[in-house]
Ligand binder design. Structure first.
Ligand code: ADP
Ligand code: ZN
Length: 653
């Protein structure tokens, strides 16, 4: 493995654990049947649906396909291969689930995270699909039960871990039944350009030879052209039709704020805008994960740390609580989140600068899969840039590797420093043109740019003078003290008040100067070096000093942050009519009871979108439930009466 982007941060080799998770049932109460979520596989079930539209309505309770779902499904149902690039929350699952219900045989789904297979199977079982999984958490008896069900054609969908599919015995076993299709989820894991490379995925190229007549569909939410090209060739999908969705996630509000006191800023953000909501906070190191989680907890929030240094059972318990309880915040390294399809994550916050736009987009994409308003919040400061530039310099690996890391970082910095719409920048990175969105910080409070040539010259010449006259180098903090004429022990010790640039920058505040320094580093006009990140010049610096190049900087907002939402009401109920809110809350607490009773996440019972629709429609009869999104035949049967009772109770009382 030559250049996994993570390898130069020793502290976060946090590729999500594959096979070391303990059996999920440790945390959910005992269940008997293997891999079927505790419910017996029905002996007879209506499996084949004549058309995709029928399956969509009857099984999932949705009226129409979204975006390109229909086209993808038609392609696979007809036996063709497909490559599907769709943002998180775009609805990738239906693209292979429905063909699995329409085509003869079992849909085999390759999914990298075995800890989540149970939930995926639970969600399908809840709508009446016969699903199961095969992975290392099962004992041989459980595995044998699933295998029997597959061979006798009693499974619609079978989830398999990639390393299992690589083994000859698994392939032989699959040949004893009928495979309807192969779905390769998180297909970017086969690409080394991306950020989640998994060697096990390479073996999936063999599926093409072994099952030439079986359609294969590869899906991912990672959409750069490089990843797209690489996964197509590595998975031997040359003959596939490609479906590239619009990558915009309009319900996510993107905000990037200058870092001042990041934990306090984070706390204000959460309590001010997302009180009681579920969210993920990403940090770069384990240490920072633990400190942030502790800080949030000590301020009364339910915040749990998650990183690869923790014991597997603790991690699994944290994940289970995040999925099952409402309003849990997980503070995590990048190890957390892939494959977690909890639809009601209301915010994703980054307290450290992500290393690539691809990673950032994928992580923020975990917010708001249900389409309801959500926030992606990132705090970013001088220290982030210093640290990351330095880590790239120190990283092992060849020049090409470092160059790639630099490209990733530069794209991320360009996003942070842009004075244009964040979304236009993000989508542009994925090759999509768009108009200013109105739902990001720069659209809401347009920043200004200013001519920072003179301050840049002051800062650069301080660096030059220290170096030439004294042979010294310092970090940004001390340089700013000199420019602002701030007397400190270090100034006295070195006699820096005698420098020609002493006190010439008193017109800017300390935080403004930090902004200048950060942007100069981002623009590669200053370069952090060595262990302490002392600043040195770059070839371009000379052109600024000589006046041959001007420097355009982004104005730092005086008050670091302005939110567009004033209310601290939970977002899930936002823009629901006031008179419908009590019913919505009643439905939520009914749902919580159901979820607890069955030991499944609340969203497996019903998503927020469905409860909102029920609260607004106030159905009085079973048939009135029919048109409501997310209520299919199975759920209507299981919960219909109970829903009507909650509605009647709330309306009557
Ligand atoms: P992805 O895997 O692409 O992140 P999912 O398949 O988890 O997205 O779908 C995201 C959410 O959208 C889920 O809650 C899903 O039930 C819902 N959804 C998907 N397709 C439709 C549809 N055609 N109509 C309504 N809701 C849909
Ligand atoms: Zn915008």
């Amino acid at each position: 493995m030559s250049w996994n982007t993570d390898e130069w941060v020793p502290d976060d080799r946090d590729a999500p654990p594959l096979d070391e998770e303990p059996p999920y049932d440790e945390y959910r109460g005992a269940f008997a049947e293997a891999g079927t979520g505790g419910r017996p596989v029905p002996a007879v079930a209506p499996s084949r649906y004549a058309t995709p539209a029928e399956a969509l309505r009857t099984v999932f309770g949705y009226d129409e396909f979204r975006g390109q779902q229909q086209a993808v499904i038609d392609r696979v149902v007809a036996g063709g291969d497909a490559v599907v690039l769709m943002p998180t929350g775009g609805g990738k699952s239906l693209c292979y689930q429905i063909p699995s219900l329409v085509r003869e045989g079992t849909g085999v789904v390759v999914s990298p995270l075995i800890a989540l297979m149970q939930d995926q199977v639970d969600a399908l079982t809840a709508v009446g699909v016969r699903a199961a999984f095969l992975n290392s958490t099962q004992d041989s008896g459980q595995r044998a039960a699933v295998e029997r069900a597959y061979v006798s054609g009693e499974l619609d969908i079978l989830y398999v871990a990639p390393e299992r599919l690589a083994s000859e015995s698994t392939k032989r076993f699959l040949e004893r039944g009928t495979v309807a299709l192969f779905a390769i989820d998180e297909a970017h894991c086969v690409s080394q350009w991306g950020h989640d490379f998994r060697p096990d995925y390479l073996a999936l190229s063999e599926l093409a030879e072994r099952w030439p007549g079986v359609p294969r569909i590869a899906l991912t939410a990672t959409a750069t052209e490089a990843t797209h090209r690489e996964l197509t060739s590595r998975l031997r999908l040359e003959a596939a039709e490609h479906f590239v969705a619009d990558f915009d996630r309009p319900n996510i509000q993107y905000r990037i704020v200058p870092k001042v006191d990041v934990r306090r800023q984070l706390l204000d953000f959460i309590t001010g805008e997302h009180a009681g909501d579920a969210g993920i906070v990403y940090a770069l190191s384990r240490n920072s994960v633990e400190r942030v989680a502790e800080f949030l907890s000590s301020n009364g929030l339910t915040a749990l740390p998650y990183h690869a240094g923790m014991e597997a059972p603790v991690r699994a318990r944290t994940q289970a609580r995040f999925l099952r309880e409402e309003g849990v915040i997980v503070v995590a390294t990048i190890a957390f989140g892939m494959g977690i399809d909890k639809p009601d994550v209301r915010f994703v916050a980054h307290v450290d600068l992500p290393k690539s736009v691809e990673g950032y987009y994928q992580e923020t994409g975990r917010a708001g899969r249900d389409g309801l308003p959500s926030t992606a919040w990132l705090a970013y400061g001088l220290q982030d840039v210093v640290q990351q530039r330095r880590m790239i310099d120190d990283s092992p690996g060849d020049l090409a590797h470092r160059r790639r890391l630099t490209q990733h970082l530069d794209a991320m910095l360009a996003l942070c420093e842009t004075v244009q719409c964040r979304r236009v920048n993000l989508l542009g990175y994925f090759g999509q043109r768009s108009e200013p969105c109105g739902n990001c910080d720069t659209c809401i409070t347009p920043p200004e740019s200013w001519d920072g040539t003179v301050p840049a010259q002051k800062l650069l010449s301080t660096v030059v003078r220290l170096q030439r006259e004294r042979g010294q180098r310092f970090g940004a903090g001390h340089l700013i003290d000199i420019l602002r004429g701030k007397r400190t022990a270090r100034v006295d010790q070195h006699g820096h008040d005698a420098l020609a640039t002493w006190g010439i920058g008193a017109d800017l505040s300390e935080s403004q100067w930090r902004g200048v320094a950060r942007q100069l580093i981002a623009q590669e006009l200053l370069k952090p070096e060595g262990e302490y990140g002392v600043l040195g010049l770059t070839p371009e610096s000379a052109r600024v000093l000589s006046g041959d190049r001007t420097v355009v900087l982004r104005t730092e907002p005086e008050r670091p942050e302005r939110s567009s939402r004033s209310s601290s009401r939970s977002v899930a109920s936002a823009d629901l009519a006031v008179e419908d809110q009590p019913l919505f809350e009643a439905l939520r607490s009914w749902r919580a009871g159901q979820a607890r009773e069955q030991g499944v996440p609340a969203y497996i019972v019903f998503g927020d979108a469905t409860l909102r629709a029920v609260a607004a429609a106030r159905p009085a009869t079973m048939s009135a439930l029919d048109g409501i999104t997310g209520i299919g035949a199975k759920k209507r049967e299981a919960y219909g009466e109970a829903l009507l009772e909650v509605v009647a109770g709330a309306s009557g009382g």
